[in-house]
Design a protein around this ligand. Structure first.
Ligand code: AMP
Ligand code: GLY
Length: 422
């Protein structure tokens, strides 16, 4: 069987790497992929325009692609799944309508209220003046969010009214997030510990994946700007049995049922970003895809087949799929380009380690292959991921791997996993 993965990040390297391990899979194409997928056994990069769904359809038909896995949110929100499925191509990912859960914060917040899903109080505005007036009526800190997709960077935590005004200025006046900032959500600041809860969902069926925790802030101790994620580990001890059950009952089931009631049943990875405090939880956001970097430590722990899992979800056969995990812990540390999540330089040559340890994997993100050399091409460049008998061991192996990779301007957080170890 041949499959196609859409995307180019660390998540897509992990999806392709895991899929290629299946004996039934002869080749995994990745569009467009990165240097990591280019160097992977049984994986081939293709440079087609993924925004042109007809071109992807033609490729799938020519190559007899039996499964398409869409990694990032953008093509999902643009309706790639709807298009490919309408052409008879097995595609794993939510419809455009269901992907609105991530595509619009106003949509998702209204949905939470309608279906009784716990979340922070909020108000949504289409213009500068009314959002500015609202700042006089709330307490601080508060959180200002661009409504649309902003690669994890459209959320600004404001300690006082002045900061909130600056956030509104940057969103409405400077258009820092473009179209994504034509509407804002202003919501109550929540305290607690975050966790990522990611599941494979097919209509009313759910298979939860291993739990994980991301580190969104750029700096150690969770300070500084928000990023797409600077590292993650799995499992996340904050999600104990009690919380796990609460997430299923209070968040996932009402969401799945709500989407069915709205006429857009869910298919794909469904990711709830949660804030947990004193055994209670609130949803910060939904993502309509796998997390990046959560995918890397989660998939390195998955023993059963990812391809079979996706096909079971598409074919409504989730009941017969048995998911199997290693009991080992995993830790993934992102190596980024100096300046990320703001501006950074690219095209730096990378010196890579030679490692043959099966419990250690360097997933590529912003890299490209130029004349057989690995060059940097993005803000997040690698996710050094390792398994260990406990989180501390996994963490120390991941940092050994981090220390063996070098390029000009490389930086990383030294504390990935600290809450899990504490
Ligand atoms: P979001 O894209 O909505 O998940 O926001 C990105 C990050 O901003 C989250 O992972 C949190 O770290 C932080 N954040 C978002 N909303 C809130 C909130 N209401 N209170 C506190 N932190 C938040
Ligand atoms: N790591 C956070 C995300 O994928 O949105």
């Amino acid at each position: 069987m041949q499959i196609l993965v859409i995307g180019s990040g660390g998540r897509e390297h992990a999806l392709a790497w895991k899929s290629a391990q299946d004996e039934s899979v002869s080749n995994v194409f990745v569009c467009p992929g990165n240097a990591g997928t280019a160097l992977e056994n049984k994986v081939t990069n293709i440079s087609l325009d993924a925004n042109n769904f007809e071109i992807i359809e033609t490729f799938c038909k020519e190559e007899n692609i039996e499964l398409v896995i869409i990694g990032p949110e953008q093509p999902l929100v643009m309706g790639m799944t709807d298009y490919l499925q309408s052409k008879g191509i097995n595609t794993f990912g939510p419809s455009q309508a269901a992907a609105q859960l991530e595509g619009s914060k106003t949509f998702s917040k209204d949905f939470f209220v309608k279906y009784g899903i716990p979340t922070a109080g909020y108000a949504s505005f289409n213009d500068y003046d009314s959002s500015k007036n609202h700042l006089d009526t709330i307490s601080y800190p508060t959180v200002v969010k661009a409504d649309g997709l902003a690669a994890g960077k459209g959320v600004i935590i404001c300690n006082n009214k002045e900061e909130a005004l600056m956030a509104l200025d940057s969103i409405f006046k400077d258009q820092a997030f473009g179209e994504a900032g034509s509407r804002v959500v202003i919501e109550d600041f929540l305290e607690g510990e975050e966790a990522s809860f990611i599941a494979v969902v097919s209509k009313d069926k759910i298979i939860p994946l291993a739990t994980s925790q991301d580190h969104k802030a750029v700096g150690e101790g969770d300070i500084g700007l928000n990023t797409g994620g600077m590292g993650a580990y799995s499992p996340a001890p904050i999600v104990d049995e009690h919380i796990h059950q609460k997430i299923i009952n209070e968040v996932m089931r009402p969401t799945m049922n709500g989407l069915i009631a709205e006429g857009s049943p869910y298919l794909g990875f469904l990711y709830a970003g949660l804030m947990i405090k004193n055994g209670e939880l609130k949803v910060l956001e939904f993502n309509c895809r796998f997390g990046d970097p959560e995918t890397q430590p989660i998939l390195i722990r998955l023993k059963s087949s990812l391809v079979e899992l996706c096909l079971a979800a598409i074919n409504d056969e989730m009941d017969s799929y048995k998911i199997d995990w290693t009991s080992k812990h995993a830790c993934g540390v992102v190596i980024a380009s100096d300046g990320y999540p703001e501006s950074y330089e690219s095209n730096k040559e990378v010196i890579l380690p030679a490692t043959s340890d099966a419990d250690v994997k360097l997933f590529h993100a912003g890299t490209k292959l130029v004349d057989q050399k690995v060059m940097t091409s993005g803000g997040r460049v690698f996710c050094a991921t390792a398994l260990g008998e406990d989180l501390k061991t996994a963490q120390s192996k991941a940092y050994n791997l981090v220390d063996s990779v070098s390029f000009e301007g490389a930086f990383h957080r030294r504390d990935i996993g600290f809450k899990g170890i504490k």
